[in-house]
Design a binder for this molecule. Structure first.
Ligand code: G3P
Length: 218
């Protein structure tokens, strides 16, 4: 499974990128707004650091406006992916951009029918928001399982499942088990993924024993 980081904070992106585990980045208007910085500056900084796909979301609500904004965003860097909302207007924009071979990430997906339509419009990625389904008492991971099954039924569908709204390491584990192509993970969850109490306990035992051996590696 590919790991994207769900962030617009260049400092946290640079730090995590030192692990070479970052396959891409997703941003959205809320994450960009938090940075109090011009969107183009933020995206330029991210695209300089990350060579994989960087999703940048349009804010227009009509197809024509989305296509206009997509033109501006695409100019920022070659690895910019245009993020479009899963609305009727967003699907029309996705179809237009796909015809021009512009990579798209259709976001705010909450159902199989939405995902199927995005895929048929040629979306490069579709982003089901699993945490927000959990928030309303549904089971977000089940949506990933269902979309995986539908996409696998039709080999001509090339859209990658980009699981989003990831809230904890169980979400990461479950979407990986479900066959999600990608998970976009907040920095906080990323930093929980490598931690385990037995690792810490085991390392302490090793180092305590090493101290008593009174040796040095040099
Ligand atoms: O990429 C979408 C993500 O940022 C939304 O996450 O936790 O606000 O549902 P959340």
């Amino acid at each position: 499974m590919k790991i994207y980081i769900d962030s617009s904070d260049i400092k946290e992106i640079k730090e995590i990128n030192r692990t070479s585990l970052v396959d891409g980045i997703t941003t959205n208007p809320s994450l960009i707004a938090k940075q109090n910085k011009d969107i183009k500056t933020i995206l330029k900084e991210i695209c300089k650091e990350i060579k994989g796909p960087v999703s940048a979301e349009v804010t227009a609500e009509d197809c024509a406006g989305m296509l206009k904004e997509a033109k501006v965003l695409k100019k920022i860097a070659k690895n910019i992916v245009i993020k479009l909302p899963l609305t009727y207007e967003g699907l029309k924009a996705c179809s237009e951009l796909s015809k021009k071979k512009v990579k798209t990430n259709v976001t705010l997906c909450f159902s199989v029918t939405q995902a199927l339509m995005a895929a048929k419009c040629g979306a490069t990625f579709v982003s089901p928001f699993i945490g927000r389904l959990d928030d309303i008492g549904e089971n977000g991971v089940n949506l990933i399982k269902d979309i995986r099954k539908v996409f696998d039924n039709y080999k001509y569908l090339k859209t990658e499942i980009l699981s989003a709204s990831i809230r904890n390491i169980d979400h990461v584990k479950e979407v990986a088990k479900a066959g999600s192509d990608i998970a976009t993970i907040p920095a906080k969850v990323f930093h929980e993924m490598y931690k385990h109490e037995l690792t810490d306990k085991g390392l302490k035992i090793f180092l305590d024993d090493w101290k008593s051996a009174n040796q040095k590696i040099s």
